[in-house]
Design a binder for this molecule. Structure first.
Ligand SMILES: *Cc1c(COP(=O)(O)O)cnc(C)c1O
Length: 386
């Protein structure tokens, strides 16, 4: 293996799983619906560039990110495909959008008037209008404001309304009333437009997995492309297999035999109850492996064993079932031997959602990209400039 990092702690990203997940979603949504792969927050922590490239190879027609900087990051990497910015952009940053062919989300009339000042009449800005149908975050929330926004926009030659969309608050909950209300509201808003834009989309992963929404011709798939269920309750009703793309590994760096009654780590919260083999791992809360994971099990030699004592910034300790040498691989998330620790298990331990787990593993941890069991690339943010 090319030694592109010098501490044995790494994330493995299975690009072939990502590819398969996208193909499965595509077959589910029928082939006339376009997939917009959501790669915000550095591809949910997986690394936006590699994820974007693989998603496009697998058939995704475009990408979505949260803000302009994230889009520019993809452009800098040479990605030329369409990128929709989902969040609010500053009107003056419309220049960046024009120069880099970004598609912006718009829902305020004042934004249109302001942004127009920064664009010449022969330049074109692609926009998607955003409807707030019940999420209460961003978007126009009445038919009247949507119609007047469409009217105003049409008065400027520089804006092209390429799409219209909304976002669901409860698509991942079975039997949600709000979900149906939002869908009805969105359909009403789309119908109220004088001209139907090229792209009409509303489904996130949860909605995509649950139903085919006839009126739409694109979906915005995030969590599902990474092989994760949008919620615990949806796990039982997934219509396609999803393969977890992300796994986290380290190696034992130190092993010692302790006598009974010796304490471990800050605060001395753990005391050996017998003669015990204790190993030190080079991962800690500075890597996003946060202190609340004290007590969480890891896999070593395919067996589960607990993290003991407080997790430090860069290191933590585990109790070994028997002696193992330094250099032994430890899996914190993912498969090892017959064992498997899912991202959902970590999310449950942290009382959060799987989305937050992969996003939280910091850029300090190198991402190793794999395809069919072989390493294809290593990205180490710390050393990316050397
Ligand atoms: C993040 C996001 C998505 C993707 O949601 P998933 O649940 O990960 O599929 C889609 N649309 C918008 C507007 C988002 O912010």
């Amino acid at each position: 293996m090319d030694k592109r990092f010098f501490r044995d702690t790494w994330v493995e990203v299975q690009l072939d799983y990502l590819y398969d997940n996208i193909r499965s979603i595509q077959s589910l949504t029928s082939h006339h619906k376009e997939i917009i792969a959501v790669v915000k927050a550095n591809g949910y922590g997986h690394g936006a560039v590699k994820i974007a490239r693989t998603a496009l190879e697998a058939g995704a027609k475009g990408l979505a990110v949260a803000f302009v900087d994230e889009a520019l990051y993809l452009r800098q990497a040479g990605i030329k495909d369409s990128i929709l910015v989902l969040g609010v952009s500053r009107p003056e940053d419309v220049r960046m959008a024009v120069e880099n062919d970004l598609t912006l989300t718009v829902f305020q009339e004042e934004w249109i008037r302001e942004a127009a000042k920064y664009v010449t009449s022969n330049e074109k800005v692609k926009i998607h209008l955003k409807c707030d149908t019940g999420m209460g975050r961003i978007g126009v929330n009445t038919v009247e404001t949507l119609q007047s926004l469409e009217q105003l926009t049409s008065e400027y030659a520089c804006f092209i309304i390429e799409g219209i969309y909304t976002h669901f608050a409860t698509a991942d909950e079975r039997d949600s009333l709000l979900f149906q209300q939002q869908l009805d509201r969105f359909q009403e808003m789309v119908k109220s437009l004088k001209q139907r834009p090229t792209y009409v989309h509303c489904a996130n992963s949860a909605a995509t997995l649950r139903m085919n929404i006839e009126e739409c011709n694109a979906v915005r798939a995030g969590i599902a492309i990474y092989g994760l269920s949008p919620s615990a309750s949806m796990k039982a009703i997934l219509p396609i297999p999803l393969k977890e793309v992300f796994s986290l590994h380290t190696k034992i760096v130190h092993v010692k035999k302790l006598k009974c009654g010796q304490s471990i780590s800050y605060g001395a919260t753990y005391t050996t109850e017998d003669e015990e083999w204790i190993a030190t791992l080079p991962i800690g809360y500075g890597d996003g492996w946060i202190r609340k994971l004290q007590g969480q099990e890891v896999l070593v030699n395919g067996q589960r064993t607990p993290i003991i004592g407080r997790i430090c910034m860069d290191q933590c300790m585990i109790k070994l079932p028997y002696y193992m040498p330094p250099g032994e691989k430890v899996t914190l998330i993912g498969a090892q031997g017959d064992g498997f620790i899912s991202i959902d298990e970590i999310a449950e331990k942290l009382e959060t959602i799987n989305y937050e787990v992969t996003c939280s593993i910091s850029n300090r941890v190198p991402r190793v990209y794999m395809k069919n069991g072989e390493i294809v690339e290593v990205v180490n943010q710390l050393l990316s400039h050397i």
